[in-house]
Ligand binder design. Structure first.
Ligand SMILES: *Cc1c(COP(=O)(O)O)cnc(C)c1O
Length: 460
């Protein structure tokens, strides 16, 4: 076997030491933080980032409970309370013994096998569990490998349903502005078309039908003019629209806005009346984040297709799922091509599925509603002071989500730095400083997160 070539040496680099017990190379020597950052800048893309990178990312060495441990102290802080749950996924915190055990147990059996022609207990158990805990009409589960892919699958299901029904012209989507559904092509086409991060692509994307953004306020009385607007728009496009797709109750990455659940009932009624399918993207809202297990529960309605992701695996591994009703599945199966032609390599990944089942059981085995309500109350009292900060235009809390909105684009570097000085990890965006803490965050740490949000709002 050739040795790796080292251009500086002009010959083979020193071979990695062989570990006879492992039967392979031993663990590589760790990088010094400076070295790691230099290689990171040179070679590694980060989310929504330039190449080479301009901001210095913090180097995380490990994570446990609600704390991220940095490789070296920053502003005197070696550990940061995570106010982001790693983009809303790590609801149980890090290094959780139950999830670790689920991972270890599955790792010793198999970490992956293909899903074509084979099946296994972790995937079947998870799918069955998801059918049990989601609204009753949702009966069939497609296990996808990320949230964006689960949205692609949802769109494919809806378009194919109408194709199979002899109405292939129903292939557009309708959504309201201000949404976010992922970064792959179809999901981008239903993200907010203006001001969102995908504006650049508006000319290249499939042209979808956009309603105005839903009026603000979870508790606000539904606006009759907006209800009419929704109904009329769906009616006007019913012949060409396959599905309405929305994030129920909370629009997340599109602006952290909350709306009345009443609009979801309006969508359900209009879709039923006008032969349009309804998709709820619960990737951000699922698994208790808004105070209900799924945000659809606030409205008491059930979609035809539903996407879940993010917190599905407790933040351990990438996995998402698209659920659909028997009507949708049977419709697809009646078609000229009676299959759903989608099958990612890592579909149903056993390791992710085993952890996801353990995460769901861990959630449902505790008073998660109480914990989310407790964090919500902590955020409400801790963030009340933020409304006095110059430049703050709104402070809002729903479930375990706290949002401070500014009248200007936040200076991300300054805001992040201010939070780090308080010992907290936050990742503000646009005009928003917000937090979605893990559900296991203690009251003291919730208070600390609130201080950090206020500091970030003040200095960002
Ligand atoms: C994060 C998110 C997605 C995309 O999920 P990825 O796993 O990042 O692809 C889609 N929809 C919503 C509502 C999300 O919050």
């Amino acid at each position: 076997m050739p040795e790796p070539y080292d251009p500086e040496l002009g010959g083979p680099a020193e071979p990695k030491p062989y570990d006879p017990e492992l039967g392979g190379p031993a663990e590589p020597k760790p990088y010094a933080p400076d070295e790691l950052r230099a290689l990171d800048r040179a070679h590694v893309w980060h989310p929504y980032g330039p190449m080479p990178g301009r901001q210095e990312p913090l180097v995380v060495e490990s994570a446990s409970g609600v704390r991220l441990r940095l490789a070296e102290p920053v502003d005197g802080q070696r550990e940061l309370v995570d106010g982001m749950s790693s983009w809303w996924s790590a609801v149980h915190g890090y290094n959780h013994p139950v999830l670790n055990e689920a991972a270890r147990g599955q790792l010793d059996r198999m970490s992956h096998v293909m899903f074509g022609g084979l099946t296994h207990e972790p995937a079947v158990r998870l799918a069955t569990r998801l059918v049990e805990i989601t609204p009753e009409p949702l009966q069939h589960v497609f296990l996808a490998d990320s949230g964006s892919v689960s949205v692609e699958v949802a769109v494919k299901m809806c378009l194919q349903y109408w194709r199979s029904a002899g109405r292939p012209e129903k292939r557009r989507l309708l959504t309201w502005r201000g949404g976010y559904h992922g970064d792959t092509w179809q999901p981008m086409s239903v993200c907010d078309p203006d001001g969102g991060m995908h504006e650049l692509w508006s000319g290249a994307l499939p042209r979808q039908v956009f309603a105005d953004a839903p009026p603000d306020g979870f508790d606000a009385e539904p606006d009759p003019a907006y209800v009419t607007h929704l109904r009329e728009l769906i009616a006007a496009h019913a012949d060409e629209v396959a599905a309405v797709i929305v994030e129920p109750v909370v629009q997340g990455a599109g602006g952290m806005r909350f709306h009345s659940p009443a609009y979801l009932r309006v969508l359900r009624e209009a879709c039923d009346e006008l032969d349009v399918l309804l998709v709820f993207d619960e990737i951000a809202t699922g698994f208790g984040r808004t105070g209900k297990l799924f945000a659809a529960g606030h409205a008491g309605v059930s979609p035809d297709v539903m996407c879940v992701g993010k917190a599905l695996t407790g933040g351990y591994l990438t996995m998402a799922a698209t659920l659909c009703t028997s009507r949708v599945a049977e419709g697809i199966s009646r078609g000229e091509v009676p299959v759903l032609a989608h099958g990612p390599t890592f579909m149903g990944n056993p390791l992710a599925a085993a952890i996801a089942s353990a995460s769901v059981d861990l959630l449902l085995g505790q008073d998660w509603e109480g914990e989310v309500a407790r964090i919500g109350a902590g955020l409400r009292s801790g963030l009340a002071a933020a409304s006095e900060i110059p430049g703050v235009v709104d402070v809002r809390v729903l479930g375990a989500i706290g949002v401070v909105q500014l009248d200007h684009e936040v200076d991300m570097a300054a805001a992040t730095r201010a939070a780090v000085r308080e010992g907290v990890w936050l990742r503000p965006f646009r005009d928003l400083v917000y937090t979605m803490p893990p559900y296991v965050t203690g009251d003291d740490d919730v208070r600390r997160i609130c201080r950090a949000v206020c500091a970030a709002a003040r200095e960002g």
